[in-house]
Structure formats: C-alpha cells, structure tokens
Design a protein around this ligand. Structure first.
Ligand SMILES: Nc1ncnc2c1ncn2[C@@H]1O[C@H](COP(=O)(O)OP(=O)(O)OP(=O)(O)O)[C@@H](O)[C@H]1O
Length: 248
C-alpha cells in the first residue's frame, strides 16, 4: 500500500494568474520516510495542505493509506493522518500542557489517559519542565517540538510535516530527526518537506523533487545520486533538475 498517492493534482488559488500545482503525480510506499523537496514556490506546502484536507484541489485525485480523499472518508482519514504545519499552531497564551490537552480533546481523549500521554511526550521531547509554561514564552525549538506533539497524540499511521526543522538549533533538529526515525521504526509512514538536502539525504528512504507544481524526479537518495555521474550528493541532484536560477 502507499502512504499517499496523488494523481494529476491541479491547484490554482482563487484570483491567481498561474497554477501552483499543474499535474503533480507521485506516490510513496507505506512505512517509509519520504521527502518532498523543491525550490521556493514549487508547491510543497500546497501539496501538503491538500493531503491534509485544508486546501481543495482544482483537479486530480488523492489517496491516503489506500483511502480516496472523499467527503465519505474524511473522518477515517482524520484518524490516520497527523499534520505538523510550517507555522506554529499553538495558542501562545496557553501552557504546553493546556495546548496539548485542547488538541487531545479534539481527538476524543480526556482525563488521566490523556494527561499521561501528554506527559510521556513532553518528557520524550525534553519539555517536561516547561509543561506549565505559556508556549508564547518558548524558544523556537521548543515551539516546534510542542507543535509536533500536538499532531501525534492520536498516534497517526501517517505523519506529514512541513519544514519541521526550519530555523531550529542543532540540538532541537537532532531530537526532531531522531523522533522521526523512531516514529518510522514503529511502522508508521513519514512525509516531510525540507530545504536541507543533506538532512533529507540522511533521513529519507525516498525523495520526490517537485518544481513549478510538477514532479521532476523521484527515487532513493543513493539511486538518484548514482543515476548522474557528476552528482556527488542530493544537492547536486536537486540543482541538476531544478537549475541555478533563484526563485521569487
Ligand atoms: N493562499 C494562496 N493564494 C495564492 N497563491 C498562493 C497561496 N499559497 C501559495 N500560493 C502560491 O503557490 C505557489 C506554490 O506555493 P507553496 O507555498 O505551495 O510552495 P512551497 O514549495 O511550499 O514554497 P516554500 O519553499 O517557499 O515554502 C507559489 O507561487 C505561491 O506564491
């Protein structure tokens, strides 16, 4: 089974002159860590927003863990997918614990089991001492780690993260990457976006490079590097396919 499969995905935002996605097709096998890579404006966030049902595509089809993304499957998909957005989705005036209790309640958890679950994750992410601190007072790395916990309370089989390691220090990044490896080792699928190609090369079983709303290539990092004699690493592969011109 695939973790996700999108076919001929199209998206033109209301009022936009050019499409953000123009026929994107790609699929990742279940149980892998997959990277969705591309330059600024390639359509990564749009794709992720469509995968998690926040943005309606203008065309094409989406399957999540074998389920077509239809209104009838919305609830079933919500139970198996966890989404960590690029922007921090926490209430700054609430403590970490209060934020996580709120998100846990949304998934139907409450009482002692929810409290234990929250404390377990806070500890795993090195945030137990900050449990009762307002998240507005957290550092960038602490906010990112708490943001991830909010998305895994229901133990989704598929975790989708939009630039989870952007702008965090080395320690938080290392903790987040180890978490992704451990979460994947339990049999869960992970799809994530990043501009850090060295990181993606290390952590991803498979990557898809997209540009201008289309797939340009897909494969394992070593397979893609080996395909081109002049490419020493994933960054060389990325530049080979997307060029050196800067993007708006
Ligand atoms: N809400 C929106 N309304 C109009 N255009 C949008 C909207 N969101 C994104 N776009 C446009 O769609 C295109 C793809 O954007 P998207 O954010 O999906 O790319 P991205 O690959 O995630 O880029 P980045 O690496 O900069 O985050 C861009 O041209 C962007 O300006």
């Amino acid at each position: 089974m695939n973790s996700i499969a999108v076919k001929d995905l199209q998206k033109t935002y209301a009022g936009a002159l050019v499409p953000s996605l123009s026929g994107l097709s790609c699929a990742f096998a279940e149980g892998k860590i997959a990277g969705l890579l591309g330059p600024n404006g390639a359509g990564k966030t749009t794709t992720i927003s469509i995968l998690c049902g926040l943005v309606e595509p203008t065309g094409g089809s989406v399957e999540i863990l074998g389920m077509a993304q239809t209104p009838a499957n919305r609830e079933a998909i919500k139970r198996v997918i966890g989404v960590v957005p690029q922007r921090i989705a926490l209430y700054p005036q609430l403590t970490a614990f209060e934020n996580l209790r709120y998100f846990g309640n949304l998934y139907g958890f409450s009482g002692r089991p929810l409290k234990d679950k929250i404390m377990h994750h806070l500890e795993a992410f090195g945030l137990e001492k900050a449990a009762h601190k307002e998240t507005g007072k957290f550092s960038g790395g602490m906010k990112r780690r708490a943001n991830i916990i909010a998305s895994i309370l229901h133990e989704p089989r598929l975790l989708v993260l939009d630039e989870p390691t952007a702008g965090v220090d080395v320690q938080s990044r290392s903790m987040i990457l180890q978490f992704l490896r451990d979460y994947n080792a339990k049999g869960n699928s992970v799809i994530y976006t990043s501009h850090l190609l060295e990181e993606a090369e290390q952590i991803c079983d498979e990557v898809a490079i997209i540009d201008e709303g289309k797939l340009v290539t897909q494969g394992t990092p070593s397979g893609l590097i080996g395909r081109h004699g002049h490419c020493r690493n994933l960054e060389d592969v990325f530049l080979h396919y997307t060029g050196h011109a800067v993007r708006d």
